[in-house]
Design a binder for this molecule. Structure first.
Ligand SMILES: NC(=O)c1ccc[n+]([C@@H]2O[C@H](COP(=O)([O-])OP(=O)(O)OC[C@H]3O[C@@H](n4cnc5c(N)ncnc54)[C@H](O)[C@@H]3O)[C@@H](O)[C@H]2O)c1
Length: 271
């Protein structure tokens, strides 16, 4: 408890109960964050989410904004609102992501561009527009600013079923490394987290899709089958993944930049 006391974070893709973004917001608030600005493309669950966060963590520490991560103007608004509300930005979590299944032949150019726009351009824009505010974090915290890009094991593994997602997450890892090099002298650390299977709505939808395409007999069989593939053989949930984000956001990681943290039960070591 208390590892993020006084820090302010923006977390994208955090407007849906049960997803990794909301898990990260919860963990940050539990660790004493001064403010968490959650953003998402749709905020249909917004009121319920706000009420729940206030009930669990007190008023005035959680803000939820509608935000399209592919839109530069939206980023400027989110940055300005966060600085107005909390006085600065210490942590940026680029978590929003989408997936459209298909291989080289079956993926349309439009679909490829849609996935790249969110998973790649969204990360690029977040880093670009938050960097000036994050560079001031070192005046408040010795660990400086922290950018945490939520990638995937797909950053490192080819896939014949999920081309756009895989390519975008591989590019996101390289964006992380480039930004770590560029921003280091301004004391902004940039790291990526690479979750394996984490049980969220995105996964439910993806596995439903795999089942429809006949890769697995049902969604449940797909979830059980993929979980069993990792050496640990167990399922992981957003609250597990959130611990990794807390580490990179905290002062404990003041000397850590450019790192890739596998959070996958060892799945990547199978290949
Ligand atoms: N769940 C997993 O097993 C898993 C594994 C590896 C990586 N990831 C990554 O974790 C992140 C979160 O995934 P999740 O499982 O919580 O999925 P999710 O679908 O529940 O959450 C993703 C969120 O991103 C939002 N989003 C989509 N397009 C957006 C846009 N243009 N602007 C702003 N927000 C947008 C969605 O509305 C959604 O709330 C994603 O980047 C995903 O690739 C997830």
């Amino acid at each position: 408890m208390g590892r993020l006391v006084g820090k302010t974070a923006i977390v994208t893709g955090a407007g849906r109960f049960g997803n990794i973004g909301v898990g990260v917001c919860e963990a940050f608030l539990r660790e004493g964050a001064r403010g968490v600005v959650a953003t998402d493309l749709t905020v249909d669950e917004g009121d319920a989410l706000r009420r729940e966060m206030e009930k669990r963590h007190g008023a005035d520490r959680f803000v939820l904004l509608r935000h399209d991560v592919t839109d530069p103007e939206d980023w400027k608004r989110v940055v300005a609102t966060t600085v107005d509300a909390f006085g600065g930005i210490d942590v940026l979590v680029n978590n929003a992501g989408i997936s459209i299944h298909g291989g080289v032949e079956s993926t349309s150019l439009d679909d490829l561009r849609k996935v790249m726009a969110v998973n790649h351009d969204g990360v690029f824009l977040g880093m670009k527009y938050c960097a000036p505010a994050l560079a001031e974090a070192v005046e408040r915290f010795d660990g400086g600013g922290s950018i945490i890009n939520n990638m995937s094991m797909s950053s490192f593994m080819p896939s014949n079923k999920n081309l756009g997602y895989t390519v975008s997450k591989a590019a996101g890892r390289m964006l992380t490394l480039c930004a770590a090099t560029e921003f280091g002298p301004r004391r902004i650390r940039v790291n990526s987290i690479h979750p394996g299977l984490t049980l969220t709505p995105l996964i439910e939808e993806a596995f439903e899709d795999y089942a429809r395409q006949g890769f697995w007999e049902s969604r449940e069989a797909a979830v059980d089958g993929v979980a069993a593939m990792s050496p640990l053989g167990i399922k992981s949930y957003p609250e597990d993944t959130a611990h990794a984000f807390v580490y990179f956001a905290s002062e404990e990681a003041r000397f850590v930049t450019g790192a890739a943290l596998y959070h996958d039960g060892g799945l990547g070591k199978r290949f």
